[in-house]
Every structure is written in C-alpha cells, then in structure tokens.
Design a protein around this ligand. Structure first.
Ligand code: NDP
Length: 307
C-alpha cells in the first residue's frame, strides 16, 4: 500500500485546483478522478463566466486545461472510484473500486454534487440541447425564449428569477400546490411579471426534434389530465445530491447531505478538507469551487507542516 502526503478525491475545478496548489507545494498529490474526470463541467458546453477566457471556453476543454496544469507540477492521476475511507486514525486509508489502496497523511474531498433529474428516458441525452440544471451556466442561451423550471424549493425560485432576465416567459412546474422555498424567495417569484406557476403538475415527457427540446408533456397530479406545453428549455431545480456515500458517517454533513465546513475548508476531522460543490449548496460555480480548492490545498499544506 503506498503512502501519500495528500490524496485528492474528485476531479472537478475544486479537485484540479487543489492539485495545482498541492503539487506546486511539492506535496506530490494523487488525485483519484472518478469515472467522469472533470465532473459536471464535462457535461456543459460554453462556459462564459470563468475569468480569464474572454471568448468563453468549452467546459470539457477548461477541465482538460486544469488537468494539464496540475500534471505539469507532478500530480499523479488515477481514474477509479473511491469506495470507502477509514478516517479513524492517521494515516488515513483509502480503498478504490479497482482494489488499489492508499494511505494518506491528509485528504481533500472534492467529489462534487450531482444535480437531480426527473428520471425521464431522454433527459440526459438532451442536456445542452434544451435540458439543463444550471440557469447561471445556460440561461444566457435562452434570450427571448420560453422556458420551464421544475421544482418548488429555493433552487427552483433562484433558477426562475435568473432565467427571467433573459427568457420571454418562465413557468415553474411544481408537483404540489405550495412551494417549500423560503418566503422572500417565493415573494420575488410571485412579484415577477415574467414568471408564472403551474401548480400540481409533473413533467411526464420531454419532446424534442433535431434542434433540441420543443415542448413538454405535463400531467396534473390530482386529475392525471395531460397537456402539451411548448418550450425551448427545461431547467431542473429539484435539488442536488452531494457525492458523499463513500464517507459513511465519518464526516459531519448538514441536513441536505453537504459536508459541513467552517470559515476554512476544514471538516470535523483534522487533516481532512473539503472543497467545491460537495460542501457548497449555495454558490455552486466553477470559479467558487476552484477558489475553495486552492484554500483546501493551502490548509492541507499548513496541516502537514504542523503535524
Ligand atoms: P429542496 O429539497 O429544498 O427542494 C426540492 C424541490 O424539488 C421541492 O419543491 C420538491 O418538491 C421538488 N422535487 C424533488 N424531486 C422532484 C421530482 N422528482 N419531481 C418534481 N419535483 C421534485 O432543494 P433545493 O435545491 O431547492 O434547496 C436545497 C437547500 O439549499 C435548501 O436548504 C435551500 O434553502 C438551499 N438553497 C438556498 C438558496 C439561497 O438561499 N439562495 C438557493 C438554493 C438552495 P416537494 O416540495 O413536493 O418535495
């Protein structure tokens, strides 16, 4: 079993940034990338809000560039999943799906969060062609178009508000007759003339042609009556699942399953740090993930110096 100073678990902008900083600090990090190296950004198209790319950059290319930068300073990469960790004593133990096992003096968790989807048969293949789970990323592409947002929590309210800056009409489709979102967020939605709400409905089908999404079928949750609604975009606002299963109950999580960190990206276990979307239900941006990745690597470096 090989022993590492730092093992980074997860490879989006947070993980790669942590790797850049840790490798430049001569910590010779290993990054265990998972099955989808690059994370959520590899499923997006244009990224127009990452500073430094005035003409925008494609999500997969941005991740490749970050990876190359980490590689340049000696980061080691492994494309497998971590199945479990033992954080009860240092060095920590990390077990992988391919039966590799590592010991680590410190761990940086950057496994991200996965947006929840409805589970409709074609929704994943329509991501980037009318289906999205990130208004901040994709809203701009829906200028003067009609969009629908699914959900009734703060995420759905926020997505709808953001989309209303571009779209000609935003309809929130919610499966019940009241929102669970905070009252001020609800009020902002109700006060917005561009947003209306279709209560007691579920999206039951996404209809598309070769240009992308053209309409959705909605089903009334009380009467089961069906209707077709034309739309250019369908945004999922039904929450995110942080990827923390491999941690068991060793790390403190909040009520929604996100890792709890404080002012610094420290977890409840000294030597274990968390960055990016796995600990952030609020910002969820590539640039904020990269920022916390930098912070986690600096914290790991100081921790190793002191211990
Ligand atoms: P929530 O779990 O709060 O809400 C999810 C919503 O999606 C619910 O209304 C739920 O319906 C609906 N939903 C879930 N599954 C389905 C499904 N299969 N089909 C249709 N509808 C579905 O998640 P959020 O992401 O909205 O919020 C998570 C946390 O993050 C909260 O604490 C929230 O306050 C916080 N947050 C805060 C923000 C802010 O302050 N700016 C912004 C975003 C999030 P139902 O109500 O019927 O269960």
């Amino acid at each position: 079993m090989s022993n590492k100073k730092v093992v980074i678990i997860g490879s989006g902008p947070a993980g790669y940034t942590a790797a850049i900083y840790a490798s430049r600090a001569n910590l010779e990090p290993l990054i265990i990338e998972g099955h989808e190296p690059g994370g959520q950004l590899t499923t997006t198209t244009d990224v127009e809000n990452f500073p430094g790319f005035s003409d925008g950059i494609m999500g997969p290319e941005l991740m490749q560039t970050m990876k190359k930068q980490a590689e340049r300073f000696g980061t080691q990469f492994l494309s497998t999943m971590v199945t479990s960790v033992d954080l009860s004593k240092r060095p920590f133990t990390i077990k992988c799906e391919n039966s590799d096992e590592f010991q680590a003096d410190s761990i940086i968790i950057s496994t991200g969060a996965s947006a929840k989807y409805l589970g409709l048969p074609n929704e994943k293949e329509l991501i980037g062609k009318g289906v999205s789970a990130c208004a901040t990323c994709d809203g701009f592409f829906y200028k003067n178009q009609v969009v629908h947002v699914v959900g009734g929590g703060d995420t759905a309210m926020e997505e709808a508000m953001f989309l209303s800056k571009f779209a000609s009409k935003v309809t929130i489709v919610h499966r019940r007759d009241s929102f669970r979102a905070s009252k001020p967020m609800q009020q902002r939605v109700f006060d917005n003339p561009k947003i209306d709400v279709l209560w007691n409905h579920q999206v039951s089908e996404i209809i598309a042609d070769n240009t992308g999404v053209t309409s959705i079928k909605v089903t009334n949750t009380s009467t089961q009556e069906e209707a077709i609604r034309e739309t250019n975009g369908l945004f999922m606002g039904i929450g995110h699942t942080p990827n923390t299963k491999f941690l068991g109950d060793q790390i403190t999580l909040d009520d929604h399953g996100f890792i709890v960190t404080g002012e610094h990206p420290d977890t409840n276990i000294p030597g274990v740090f968390a960055c990016g979307d796995v600990q952030d239900s609020y910002y969820r941006q590539a640039i904020s993930a990269a920022g916390t990745g930098c912070m986690a690597a600096i914290r790991a470096e100081r921790f190793l110096e002191e211990n």
